[in-house]
Design a protein around this ligand. Structure first.
Ligand code: ARG
Length: 414
């Protein structure tokens, strides 16, 4: 059995109780590690100070906060944007992306504090346990991974009672039906009334998006600048991604754009009703994909679109630290060399639409595309090209096609 454990600490009810519970039940020393991935927009030193104090009050021998926002944005989120990664075509991987960076810091802290185990507060039904455990086992196979919540059998009520009994300061009340996970990419909301997939999501669950009815009546346009596929500026102002996302969440979210309501397939085989709100991330993927439409050569674009699904699945399934993800990233990076330019987005109630794009090394050739006088397209090449393009199916039709011939019937009631 482990002697010293680094716990992925959120400051919430369960992980606060876990600090004490692991000491009492297992006799281990607990180091609490909170990784700031932007889960509380605008959180300051005071906020994180309170989180550390709570861990200490719960009996942690050390409570540490790591600001991983920049690292998370530049080494995880940026890759996902370049890949236009949307799980099952809809979900921009909010929680799936943050677990590998948190796992990396768990391992780093375990080394620093000479711990022999790490622990997380995930349940046995979710994807997050898979992501934490596979990541830790990949990065540090010698560390034990403890998942007390899978076996401790506590209800929410039990946790609250346990916290009170042991003087752990918590703010949770029992009437908090939702399980929310968030970071700079967005918010993921589960449980409560939305467990019934027929129930419309109640308005109260949203924090980063307004109801469409409350959106500003005036349209707004914003311009996102990209360099090699990475968002680098907002309205011409250079802005690092970890600051751009929260900024965009505000700007885009008030228009009521960025909500996702889906039933998704979890890795563990369960279908789960999930609500996400990710106005900034979805706007960036929309803009990025559009910029690719003028910067990627056709066959590259086609091939990439297949791999984007695989990319999202790989990350969703907890395989961030895997040769497949690395290889997919290498492919994606090779495609992004000229994805540099700007995209204009128009915001209207409930909408975020691309209304313009430009790129210095774009492949859009006005002289080839225009129907006006300065057309440079060689029309005479088209006839032969089209004949040869269809030659194979023409031959098939003459020799093998079995369907009845096409006949025209006059319409007599006309
Ligand atoms: N279903 C999403 C995912 O697997 C969100 C998970 C949210 N986690 C949570 N503890 N509420 O990525």
């Amino acid at each position: 059995m482990a002697k010293r454990v680094v716990l992925a600490y959120s400051g919430g009810l369960d992980t606060s109780v876990l600090v004490k519970w692991m000491q009492e039940e297992w006799g281990v020393e607990v180091v609490a590690l909170a990784v700031d991935v932007g889960q509380v927009p605008g959180a300051d030193a005071e906020y994180w100070g309170a989180i550390r104090a709570r861990a200490a009050a719960a009996g942690a021998i050390e409570a540490r906060v790591v600001d991983a926002r920049e690292e998370y944005a530049s080494r995880y989120v940026a890759n996902a944007i370049k890949a236009n990664a949307l799980y099952e075509g809809k979900y921009p991987l909010v929680s799936s992306l943050s677990r590998p960076v948190i796992a990396r810091h768990l391992v780093a802290a375990a080394r620093e504090f000479s711990a022999d185990a790490v622990a997380h507060g995930c349940t046995g039904k979710g994807n997050d346990q898979v992501r934490f455990e596979v990541a830790v086992r990949t990065l540090a196979p010698d560390l034990e991974v403890l998942a007390p919540v899978r076996t401790w059998g506590f209800t929410r009520r039990d946790s609250i009672d346990y916290a009170r009994l042991h003087g752990i300061p918590i703010t949770a009340t029992e009437d908090k039906p939702y399980s929310v996970d968030e970071n700079i990419v967005g918010r993921a909301i589960e449980c409560g009334a939305i467990e019934d997939p027929w129930n419309a999501p109640p308005e109260e669950i949203y924090e980063r998006t307004r109801a469409v009815a409350d959106a500003p009546s005036e349209d707004r346009e914003i311009v996102i600048g990209f360099e090699r596929g990475v968002p680098v500026s907002l309205d011409g102002v250079p802005t690092p991604l970890h600051l751009m996302l929260p900024e965009l969440d505000k700007v885009v979210g008030v228009y009521g754009f960025g909500r996702v309501d889906m039933v998704e397939n979890r890795r563990v085989g369960i279908k789960s009703r999930e609500i996400y709100e990710c106005p900034g991330a979805l706007a960036l993927i929309l803009a990025h994909a559009d910029l690719e439409s003028i910067t990627l050569e056709r066959d590259v674009a086609r091939e990439k679109s297949h791999l984007e699904f695989r990319y999202a699945e790989t990350v969703y399934d907890g395989l961030w630290y895997s040769p497949l993800r690395e290889a997919l990233d290498a492919f994606v990076d090779a495609t992004q060399r000229h994805v540099t330019g700007e995209v204009r987005l128009r915001l209207q109630p409930g909408r975020c639409d691309v209304v313009g794009r430009r790129a210095e090394r774009g492949l859009y050739d006005f002289a080839l595309a225009t129907y006006e006088a300065d057309d440079a397209f060689r029309h005479e090449d088209a006839a032969g090209f089209v004949r040869l393009w269809g030659l194979s199916v023409e031959t098939w039709s003459k020799r093998q096609r079995t369907e009845e011939p096409v006949v025209s019937k006059e319409r007599r009631d006309a």
